[in-house]
Design a protein around this ligand. Structure first.
Ligand code: PGA
Length: 245
């Protein structure tokens, strides 16, 4: 695991965007796994800038997102599909036919999870998976528990995740869903390369468990220690509990 501590989210975004753009310029048909939440937003801005400057085209990439809330349509401002459209896809030449999402509206969630699993497999696998980390150590919506999940599944969100994310729903007078669909840990671990971004003091404990803790499903992100190509980008605050490196 490569741990890189930089000054602020802007510096991180430049490095992370550079890796992603390089991947796409080496292989225009790259398969990219994207994340939502505050952590990747600056990186998406840098990718948009590079697109606008003609440094990269996303026309031929295939995308997979980590997760989606159960019950939300793509038009709901708090759905992760909407987030990706708003923060990246709609501002570049991404081909929406190549955008893959777990559907929050699927009636048969098991079938939906299987469909997504097959789609990832058929795509040839994810070249780069971008991740944030929850204050409880979750990646995607793989919440702390007693085992690591392999493929996509339906998850009941923990109170800590609800406490972190409910503000987005309250802002528009909605209640946050208690369930989500998420890629499993296996799906994430099968990505050929992983970039994780964590900033701010609220992530310091989770970051310590990710980098220095035991590999345990109680901190789902800790399994990344076993992946051969992970780069963790931190700012000074999120890295503040790490020992001397
Ligand atoms: P955040 O969420 O980027 O909004 O902090 C990260 C996560 O919950 O995985």
């Amino acid at each position: 695991m490569k741990v890189i501590v930089l000054n602020d989210p802007i510096e991180i975004s430049k490095e992370a965007a550079e890796i992603i753009v390089k991947q796409v310029n080496n292989n225009k048909g790259s398969v990219l796994g994207f994340a939502t939440g505050a952590s990747p937003v600056e990186t998406y801005k840098r990718i948009i800038e590079k697109y606008e400057q003609g440094e990269v085209s996303l026309k031929h990439i295939t995308t997979f997102n980590l997760d989606e809330y159960v019950g939300l349509s793509r038009e709901n401002v708090n759905s992760y599909f909407y987030f990706m459209k708003d923060n990246l896809f709609g501002k570049t030449d991404v081909n929406f036919d190549k955008v893959n999402f777990l559907s929050g509206e699927a009636e048969d969630t098991d079938a939906e999870c299987k469909r997504y699993w097959n789609k990832i497999k058929e795509s040839g696998g994810i070249d780069i998976q971008l991740l944030g980390i929850g204050t409880n150590g979750h990646i995607g919506f793989n919440e702390p528990g007693d085992k690591f999940a392999d493929g996509p599944f339906v998850v009941k969100l923990t109170q800590s995740t609800i406490d972190s994310n409910k503000k987005y729903f309250e802002a528009v007078g909605d209640t946050m869903p208690e369930y989500a669909l998420t890629m499993g840990i296996g799906d994430i671990m099968r990505a050929r390369k992983i970039i994780l971004i964590a900033t701010g003091e609220s992530k310091a404990k989770a970051v310590k468990a990710l980098v220095e803790g035991q590999v345990t499903p109680e901190c789902p992100a800790s399994i990344l220690q076993l992946h051969a190509d992970v780069t963790v980008f931190l700012d000074k605050e999120s890295a503040s509990l790490l020992g001397d490196r």
